[in-house]
Design a protein around this ligand. Structure first.
Ligand code: SF4
Length: 341
């Protein structure tokens, strides 16, 4: 299969139907043992210091790994990708645009899917068949998510890792299905995590220091039981067709769609507090104003740039935030027991 890089989640069913193997360039970037080298390649080639590290990382991965074809999501993700696409073309890559519609409209989504299918030389009928093949993988990923918040059997990091990987199923969906199946068997043997743990929601793009973040939170008796965007990658609302599935996927559309989805999950998962991650120099950071207006729960906003680990400043802020949430919880428990007596 021909490898095609993707700059964020795309309708991978269409790519697979065209006998192409999607490769999520973000995951290659942060999954590398020395991810900073990809940023260095981009900066050496002229990318500004104040450009988002994900964009620079993707560029570096494209050049370093020799990938020839890339689908650049120019609508519904990041305006920087438009210029990234132009530079990749300058370097001789076949960089193809894909744009989600402006709003979650099934007909418009159908049109976008059809355009992509024509560009890649396949049909939507073939893509619908692939959708059926991927269904078990998506179900298992969502089962893992369920076991995270309903049964308290899965860590926040595991939840992040397996859900974020559904953007390309780590390059082999059959292997993914087998491996996540094995993990679920192992998870079902675990003892549930302690009741006293704080239940946290993580919203925003995946953190550049995700590996460190989830573990650090757990050191202070907190656990992420909702990974908003990662969960969306797994397509929790599949609908009756590919077009419906991608119209119900909240990430590319207005922040209102995301807020409705997050609110439902905050309540369902009995969340104590929210961590909002923003990437330095990213337009999505401005959305923090809207999130703070929309949610009644305490929110900690943290930023990352090109640091692949938590610095002391962010560690202290996380500790203080979790401390406040623990105190709030114990005050609520005391008030309840006073009322009872
Ligand atoms: S973090 Fe923001 S600026 Fe960076 S690639 Fe994603 S959307 Fe674009």
């Amino acid at each position: 299969m021909k490898k095609i890089g993707i700059t964020t989640t795309v309708p991978l069913e269409v790519l697979l139907a065209a006998d192409c193997q999607p490769v999520d360039l973000n995951n290659v970037f942060v999954g590398d043992s020395r991810p900073e080298r990809f940023i260095a390649i981009a900066e050496r080639d002229g990318f500004p210091l104040n450009c988002c590290s994900w964009i620079k990382g993707i560029y570096g991965v494209c050049l370093e790994t020799g990938i020839k074809d890339v689908i650049c999501v120019t609508g519904g993700d990041c305006s920087n990708t438009i210029m990234l696409m132009e530079v990749l073309r300058l370097r001789g890559l076949n960089a193809m645009p894909f744009a989600y519609p402006d709003r979650p409209d099934v007909d418009e989504m159908q049109h976008a899917l059809l355009t992509l299918a024509v560009v890649l030389g396949t049909t939507l009928e073939a893509a619908e068949k692939v959708r059926e093949q991927l269904r078990p993988c998506r179900k298992l990923a969502l089962k893992l998510d369920d076991l995270t918040w309903r049964e308290n059997l899965v860590s926040g990091w595991e939840n992040h890792l397996w859900l974020v990987s559904t953007s390309d199923f780590n390059g082999d969906f059959q292997k993914y299905e087998k491996e996540i199946g094995q993990l679920l068997d192992e998870v079902s043997q675990r003892r549930p995590r302690p009741d006293g743990e704080l239940r946290l929601a993580y919203i925003g793009v995946p953190a550049i220091y995700a590996h460190d973040l989830y573990r650090y939170v757990e050191r202070y008796d907190g656990r992420v039981v909702l990974n908003e965007i990662q969960r969306q990658f797994a397509m929790p609302e599949p609908g009756a067709s590919l077009a419906e599935q991608y119209a119900r996927y909240t990430y590319p559309y207005s922040i209102r769609e995301r807020i409705n989805d997050i609110k439902t999950e905050l309540e369902r998962r009995r969340i104590d507090g929210i961590i909002h991650y923003v990437q330095a120099f990213c337009h999505r950071g401005i959305g923090d104003i809207i999130f703070r207006d929309a949610f009644d729960l305490p929110i900690l906003t943290i930023e990352g740039n090109d640091d692949f680990f938590l610095n002391n400043h962010i560690r202290t802020r996380i500790e203080a935030f979790l401390d406040i949430l623990h105190r709030q919880r114990s005050d609520t428990t005391k008030t309840r027991s006073v009322k009872k007596s």
